[in-house]
Design a protein around this ligand. Structure first.
Ligand SMILES: O=C(O)C(=O)C[C@]1(C(=O)O)C=C[C@@H](O)C=C1
Length: 369
């Protein structure tokens, strides 16, 4: 059978007719869901209705991946569904997402992959500004980096969680590849701009190719690209997309110390969501260093409830010298569960300032599980 281009395009036209009708049918159901959510809220307060439901989105992505017979690649189908659900969110409500900008940062990338093209984005100068945009209600959601697989925790984010009332609503993991971009040549580069966490991820490259060069920390990798684009002998370590956005040349690609380099981001908001089949919860508490074994006793509470810990970190409390705030994340438990209520009550007997920072569907990539 010979393949006729015109006939095949007619077939595509006819399928597009059906797809458009189906997509609009889905959009109408989404509008009804939006109305149902508003009705379900006692206050009928549209401002406080959440349209972004991370657990439901996880379910939809899992379902379409499972149902996909091919030849469409699973990633392509998920990208299509990302945009379908983004349009769905925008139909239900005007949504504004704050991220650490300017455009071209990894936070921007993570935000776009999480919320798609149909919502609105507000670039912020610092991580603290992202928190503030959410706290003050200028943005319903904010995206902040939490930890990197090479460089570890992102300290400004941890420190903001200590003071802020925002809640973690979702998590997302982004593979991170760094590029050295410049208008100069590698030999002529005199200074390199980047975010400190990004610089920490490229130590091997910097020590071998740019040893002794001045390293200038910036608020974000995209700000670094912006600065480098205005100077003659400067370079930036940043996302590849910054080459086009800021008109820079690629001098070196994939300069991160490990090729599976990944950053975990949190989606912050004024509330977390209902339980799903697999949630994680991040808690915070302060231990008194004068009580011997206080941290050990704190961790034993989690053991006694058979909770698997997936992250532990500490920061100075900044209230009293030598008092530390501990962050503990546990898997398989939701913040509103009875188990978690008991954990909080038991910790409260000998720890100060016990607080659940957030609870969110477990989105760990398969190979991390
Ligand atoms: O199920 C919902 O609550 C919806 O609003 C619908 C929908 C979707 O389009 O499938 C849209 C946005 C949410 O983040 C999750 C799912």
């Amino acid at each position: 059978m010979s393949l006729n281009l015109d006939t095949l395009r007619l077939q595509i036209d006819s399928l597009d007719h059906k797809l458009i009708a189906l997509l609009n049918e889905r959009a109408q159901v989404s509008l009804d869901i939006g109305a149902a959510k508003r009705e379900a809220k006692d206050s009928q307060d549209e401002e406080n209705t959440h349209v972004y439901i991370p657990g439901r989105e996880k379910q939809v992505f899992e379902k379409v991946t499972r149902l996909n017979p091919g030849p469409l690649a699973a990633d392509s189908l998920c990208a299509i569904y990302r945009e379908i659900m983004s349009a769905s969110i925008a139909l239900q409500k005007d949504v504004m997402v704050a991220y650490l900008g300017p455009v071209g940062s990894f936070s921007h990338d993570a935000s776009m992959k999480r919320f798609g093209d149909s919502v609105q984005y507000a670039s912020q100068g610092t991580i603290a500004d992202v928190f503030e945009a959410v706290e003050r209600g200028r943005c319903q959601y904010g995206v902040v980096p939490f930890e990197n697989s090479i460089a570890g925790s992102v300290v400004p984010t941890l420190d903001k969680f200590i003071k802020s009332k925002v809640k973690i609503r979702a998590e997302t993991y982004l593979p991170v590849h760094h590029y050295l971009l410049s208008n100069s040549t590698t030999e002529a580069v005199r200074r390199v701009y980047s975010h400190p966490v990004a610089l920490a991820q490229c130590q091997i490259f910097l020590n071998s190719q740019l040893k002794g060069i001045e390293l200038i920390p910036c608020a974000s990798t995209s700000e670094a690209a912006q600065l480098a684009s205005k100077e003659k002998y400067a370079a930036a370590i940043c996302n590849r997309v910054c080459a086009d956005i800021y008109g820079l040349d690629i001098l070196h690609a994939d300069i991160e110390d490990q090729q599976d380099n990944t950053t975990r981001f949190f989606i912050i908001s004024d509330a977390w969501d209902a339980p799903t089949v697999s949630d994680k919860t991040l808690l915070m508490f302060t231990v008194d260093h004068r009580l011997p074994g206080a941290l050990c006793d704190g961790l034993k509470v989690f053991k006694d409830h058979s909770l698997n810990l997936t992250k532990i970190d500490s920061r100075p409390s900044m209230l009293r010298p030598w008092h530390y705030v501990f962050f503990v994340e546990c898997a398989g438990v939701h913040g509103d569960s009875e188990v978690m209520n008991n954990v909080v009550a038991e910790l409260g007997k000998f720890c100060l300032d016990v607080k659940i920072v957030g609870t969110y569907p477990d989105q760990r990539p398969q190979d991390l599980n």
